[in-house]
Design a protein around this ligand. Structure first.
Ligand code: HEC
Ligand code: HEC
Length: 234
């Protein structure tokens, strides 16, 4: 037997809202317009995790959740990349002004949320000793100032033990000079990997790759050497 009050409620439910009625949807579950989503976790899961991994690591693209990466990447830099993407790579432009779907506020939430969720004190200490994430102007220009030649030597010293004598892959890691790979990654992407490593996949950062930390110039040189294997632009 249904209590009278509930019965009354059911009767008027079609005309008047009757909150709390069994089966009535929770207002919190109501459809949210995409531009109203303000939660970092939801924004990240919808827009980023497919490429950068659900935890900011172990995805096919740069581990943007790596604490060392986050200690090195300024929020303004993150905002610029999220809004404008990386030309010539799979990193999309998310800013509405660039044809994307995210508002400036959502981009700011993502940029600050990455650090809030995944940064660490330990990584910040290490980052204080690191070369800058972004190459100084004039750095890493293939063929510039003998960089490629120097980079070949740097490669032999710091990378060959895993990526093989000529970069085409070794026992511990794959090729980093394949044209198909290099055609999809920017010089900054190569620099980021050299500096931050791929801790998630077993590649140490610039500090722990070899017998001693890599010097800032050596990072630019080895990036130039890798980039020199790109197929020439048509
Ligand atoms: C379709 C795949 C894809 C999606 C989706 C994607 N990214 Fe990326 N992202 C990439 C790739 C590939 C790169 C490396 C580009 C390069 O070579 O420089 C990258 C680079 C970046 C970088 C710069 C890394 C560096 O070297 O400093 C940041 C920051 C970043 N993505 C954040 C995000 C965020 C935040 C989202 C979600 C809003 C997102 N990405 C969504 C593929 C993607
Ligand atoms: C201790 C082993 C080790 C050393 C040393 C090492 N790497 Fe790696 N590297 C890896 C592993 C593991 C990966 C993951 C992918 C794979 O297996 O090829 C990787 C991936 C990469 C990638 C591709 C990253 C991506 O996101 O797809 C680049 C570029 C790279 N390494 C550059 C370098 C450079 C430059 C050096 C030297 C300065 C170096 N590596 C030294 C183990 C190493």
């Amino acid at each position: 037997m249904i209590p009278r009050l509930t019965l009354l409620c059911l009767v008027v439910a079609s005309t008047f809202a009757c909150d709390g009625l069994p089966g009535r949807p929770n207002p919190d579950d109501r459809y949210q317009r995409p531009e109203d989503v303000k939660d970092f976790g939801a924004l990240y899961a919808t827009n980023c995790s497919g490429c950068h991994g659900a935890t900011g690591q172990l995805g096919p693209a740069t581990p943007v959740g790596d604490p060392l990466y986050l200690a090195l990447a300024a929020p303004e830099y993150l905002r610029t990349i999220i809004a404008g993407g990386v030309a010539g790579t799979a990193m999309p432009r998310f800013g509405q002004e660039a044809g994307g779907t995210l508002t400036p506020e959502q981009i700011a939430i993502l940029a600050s949320g990455l650090g809030a969720r995944w940064s660490s004190r330990e990584a910040e200490k290490l980052a204080a000793k690191a070369p800058g994430l972004v190459a100084p102007v004039g750095g890493a220009v293939p063929g510039h100032d003998g960089q490629v030649e120097r980079g070949r030597g740097v490669y032999g010293q710091f990378c060959a033990s895993c990526h093989g004598p000529d970069g085409r892959g070794g026992e511990k890691a794959g090729s980093i000079v394949h044209a198909a790979y290099l055609g999809l990654v920017s010089d900054q992407g190569l620099r980021t990997t050299t500096l931050v490593g791929r801790r998630d996949l077993g590649m140490p950062n610039w500090h722990d790759l070899g017998q001693r930390p890599m010097a800032p110039g050596e990072i630019g040189d080895v990036v130039a050497w890798m980039a020199s294997h790109r197929a020439p632009a048509p």
